[in-house]
Structures are given as C-alpha cells and as structure tokens.
Design a protein. Structure first.
Length: 475
C-alpha cells in the first residue's frame, strides 16, 4: 500500500473515531439539557401559579374561584404557535393542587380530584419544605411517555397549607430534541467530510514531497543532473533535500575527480609521448624539412591537448550544474540556421536540407544549445562524403510532449561495437580524413541536452547512414 494511502487511512480512522465519540457525547447531553431547561421554566411557572392561587385556596373557593376558571380556559386554548418550525395547536401543561394532607383538591384535567398524592415525591418533599420534583411514566410500555412534575408550596403566612404541581409530558419536547440531534448529525457529517478532505490534501502534500525526494535520489543514483527539490512550508523536507543535495555534491565531486584524473592521464599519455619523442629527435642535426615536420607534429599534439583541457573545463562546469541559468525562449529554427551558416564553409559540396515546424520554441540557454547542435552538425559533416546529404527535421515528439530534432547523414554506418561507447569520454572513431577528435564533443552535447531536460540517441538508419535524435521539452 502506498505511503500516502496509509497516512490517509490512519487519519480517516482517527477522525472517524474522534467524530463518533464527540457526536455520541453531545447527543447524550442534548436530551438532559433540554429537559433541564424545561424543568427550570416549570419551577418559575409553579411558583407563579402558587402565588396566584393562594387567595382562592386559603379562602376555600377553589371550585368557583377565578383561578379554576382560568385553568379551564387555559386547557381549552389553541395557541396556533410555530416554535422553531414545530407547530403547536394545544397546551400540554397540567396543574393540580393538593392540601396539607396530600389530597388532590383541583386538577386541570379533572381526573385525580380526591386522590391521595401524599406519597408522590413532588408533594411529599414540598410539604416538608424541600424542593419537590419527579418524573413518572404515564405508560409503562412507552419510555417516551414520562411526565415531568415540579411543585411549589402554597403558604398562609409562613405555614405550608398546600402544594401546586405543574406537569408537562416530555414527549412534547421530543420534536426539538430530534431536530437538534438531526442538525448535530448533519453538522458532524459535514465536519467529517471537511476533515477527510483536509486529511487527503495533507496526505497528498506529504506524499508528493516524499515522491519528489525519491525521484531526486533516483536521478542522482542514475547519474542524471537534477535540481535539489524545494518545498513550501515544510522545513523538515527542505532540510532533508538540502542535506541529500550536499551529500550528492560531495560524492559526485570525489568520484568526478577520480574518474577525470584517471581518464585525463590515460588520454594525455599518447600526445605527451609523441611530443617528448619529437623533442628528443629535434636535438639531433636534422634536415630543414624533417625539422619542420617534427615541429608541426608537436604543434598538432599541443593543440589537441589544449582542446582536451578546454573541453574538460567546460564539461566539468556543466556537470556541476543541476539546472539552467538565465533560461529564455529560443526559436529552434533560427538557432539551427545560425549553426549551419557558421559551418557552411566546412560543408563544401554537401547538401543540407531543413524541415522544421513553425512552432519550434524551447526554453533554455541559447549558447549551450547552439554548441550542442554545432557538435552534432560538425560530426555529420565530418562523416558525410563530399557529395553526400545531411537532412535536419524538427517535429512534435511522438508522445505529444516536446519537440524531436532528427539530424541524418548518408555517411557510413557506425560499427556495432562502437554504438554503445559513443558517449564515453575520450572515445572517438577516426574521421575519413584521418584526423582524431578529442572524444569529448558528444559527451558535452549529451550533458547540455540533459541539462535542458531532454535526451539524445544515435543509431544507424535502416536505409543506410546515421541518425541523431534529440528530444527537448517544448516551451
């Protein structure tokens, strides 16, 4: 399983468990909170009604008093209210009054008059001067049929002469409880989705950074130039990438020097031996023609050594770079035409054909790309017969990404044993004119192309000749 998926699933499990726990906890608090609020209102209501009934109760005119008439009218009222979207077309409040012995003297429902309520908690506690309240099931089979009762004392001076109890069914509050729970679950679901979205984004962000580091390490392992990855708002990955880049530079520098010293020593052995032998011969008395011939040999070898040193310095500078500097839009058609014009005198009778798409723009350094193209064109000219043909074609790459530049010449095919070594340092095939190159031109060309994010391949064409294919990312 991918690292990003592991992070996401772990985050998903954590958020889900936390959300389920919080929602369950809040849900368990909704019903008690609503009922506690309702009880608070009932306390005020009971005490207010106890004060209103006190004159009629003390005077003994409960049956025909104003309070009894008001309660009858209250029971018959139709509020026609809509409380937070819940319709109310009747009243739910029940009021009953007991005397000092707990006998019911007044009941707004008319059902319990004359019954002994002295054992009920609301009546018994209130008669003792305590706070009286109870919650009782109206139907033993229905857990939602509970009635909340809150009592208040009726006093004559400081003496408790009766108890007024207000009762309200809890199911009257159930629509509000269910509505609150529904809102809670919807809000929880939205928060869960948002949390998972943030988790997915975080997982992708972290995984993307690790993927960039992995690709960087793979490029370094393959010996390809790669810029040190940069990360936004991630100091740890930035520090790790910087450390990997520094380690790459140190390891590459050590290996680079070892390889270059070995290869340069091997390559300079031959010209140095030739120069030394010619110098020793020049100490002898020689004819003017022979002396000039050995001096010419020394000049040729020194020039070749100078070319090697110049190429190596430039190659070392390019291989130490991991990204382009001062990149700009380059018209590939104009750049190729400029290199052909510079080599026109060397081309002689060779025919050079150009077929380039109009939208041939790349992003890069014009000087370096021009040098890479000139190296390839110079090789094509050197290995093409005097009456031969060189064709240059630029088209969209087969994968639809970037441009493909093909340079073909109808010279002799490259030997099979040499195809795999063409990009080795100091390896070169003898030119038809007998001259030998430094063996660094193609190495430098490949380094430039790779620095621009491209690839270069050389192969023998099926119908004869040699074809060089360069693929570059389009701008």
């Amino acid at each position: 399983m991918r690292f990003s998926l592991r992070i996401f699933f772990g985050y998903f499990l954590l958020v889900s468990l936390l959300a389920a726990y919080v929602l369950s906890l809040v849900k368990e608090e909704i019903k008690p909170a609503v009922r506690q609020s309702s009880e608070e209102v009932l306390v005020d209501t009971a005490n207010l009604l106890a004060e209103l009934i006190q004159p009629d109760f003390v005077a003994g005119r409960l049956d025909d008093g104003s309070f009894a008439r008001a309660m009858q009218q209250f029971a018959a009222r139709n509020p026609q209210a809509k409380v937070w979207g819940v319709a109310r077309d009747k009243t739910f409040l029940r009021v009953y009054v007991t005397d000092a012995k707990g006998i019911v003297k007044l009941d707004s429902t008319g059902q319990a008059i004359g019954q002994d309520y002295s054992q009920w908690r609301d009546v018994a506690l209130t008669l003792r001067g305590e706070y009286g309240a109870r919650s009782t099931l109206a139907d033993q089979k229905d857990p939602l049929s509970t009635m909340m009762h809150v009592a208040a004392p009726i006093k004559d001076g400081d003496k408790i002469v009766g108890v007024l109890t207000v009762a309200r069914p809890n199911w009257a509050m159930q629509p509000f409880i269910e509505r609150s729970e529904g809102k809670l679950w919807r809000a929880g679901l939205v928060l869960l989705i948002v949390g998972l979205g943030i988790g997915a984004l975080f997982s992708w962000w972290l995984s993307h950074g690790i993927t960039k580091l992995t690709r960087f390490a793979q490029d370094v392992s393959a010996g390809q130039p790669a810029p040190v990855p940069r990360f936004v708002a991630n100091r740890e990955l930035t520090s790790l990438a910087t450390a990997l880049g520094a380690m790459r530079d140190q390891l590459d520098g050590k290996t680079y020097i070892e390889n270059y010293v070995h290869e340069l020593t091997h390559e300079l052995k031959s010209p140095l031996a030739g120069i030394r032998a010619s110098a020793e011969i020049l100490h002898d008395d020689l004819a003017a023609l022979d002396k000039a011939r050995f001096l010419q040999h020394i000049d040729t070898e020194v020039a070749r050594m100078q070319h090697i040193v110049d190429y190596l310095l430039q190659l070392a500078s390019l291989e130490a770079r991991n990204e382009l500097q001062d990149a700009q839009m380059i018209n590939l058609k104009e750049l190729i035409s400029l290199q052909i014009d510079a080599l026109r005198s060397q081309a002689g009778q060779r025919t050079i054909q150009i077929d380039i798409v109009e939208t041939s723009f790349v992003l890069g350094e014009a000087f370096l790309l021009g040098q890479a193209l000139r190296n390839v064109l110079q090789n094509a000219i050197d290995f093409t017969p005097n009456d031969g043909k060189i064709s240059i074609q630029v088209e969209c790459a087969s994968d639809g990404i970037g441009l493909q530049l093909s340079i073909y010449n109808n010279g002799e095919a490259i030997p099979e044993y040499a195809l795999s070594r063409l990009f080795d340092r100091f390896y070169s095939l003898p030119r038809p004119n007998g001259q030998k190159s430094t063996g660094l031109g193609l190495v430098l060309t490949r380094t430039i192309i790779q620095l621009h994010g491209g690839q270069i391949h050389i192969r023998n064409a099926e119908h004869g000749g040699v074809e060089v294919r360069i693929q570059l990312p389009s701008a």
